[in-house]
Design a protein around this ligand. Sequence first.
Ligand code: KIV
Length: 278
Amino acid sequence: MSAQRQEAVRRVTVPQITARKGGEPIVSLTAYTAPMAEILDDHCDVLLVGDSVGMVVHGLPNTVGVTLEMMIMHGQAVMRGARKALVVVDMPFGSYEAGPQQAFENAARVLKETGAQAVKVEAGPTIAETIDYLVKRGIPVMGHVGLRPQAVNVDGAFRAKGRTEAERDRVLAEAEASADAGAFSIVIEGVAEDLAREITAAVHVPTIGIGASAGCDGQILVTEDMLGMFDWTPKFVRRYADLRGDIGRSVGRWADDVRARRFPAEAETYFSKKAVEG
Ligand code: KIV
């Protein structure tokens, strides 16, 4: 375990991310813990405390069961690890859909209790009103269109969006409405390249894609996916490591050493002064 770092905190700001529209690609990953945030912070502009934490860390089947308390606890952990990146916390299912007032109360709690700079909400037909209400009251909002994991029970499964004309029009309209309402950037998840490019051209704020092609202003992935923590990864993920294999092999070697009484050896053992001198 490492002690907390002492360097000065100077974070990327919300206006700096908005100013990246059409410029240098925005680099973003999910983070849920302090040590991972500390590692990712050197490489990322934005760290998202995604509600994917429910599936990645807590073993839930989807994100619907994630609570505000879980998001706040993981947000606090990430804020202890990150020093530079903009930290955005996902509003979980049930914490903002009832209306702008509910969204404000819960989003204000997230910012106050974590110190994060912004929240993310998944789009829906009424999201523009909520985004407008939050932004006007000092809460920066990242939008999220396309595949909306929190709508899994309506959709029946996680599936790419924008395959029919009607669905394309709806996703594009939600992105435009989110941007016009004041979202400082928009995550586009699980849509075909042509739709991602159309949205990116249509909105004045940066788009950050996940499974949405190179046609976005930035990219985000679930960190554990790109590090190979799971047996299966979606088509849009490129694996840069095999953590699952590395952990399994390492733990296997340690277990063999314990069973063969090779661990701990002298180097890993404390001795009393008496035993050392005598
Ligand atoms: O929760 C999450 O990790 C997300 C990303 C997939 C963008 O929303």
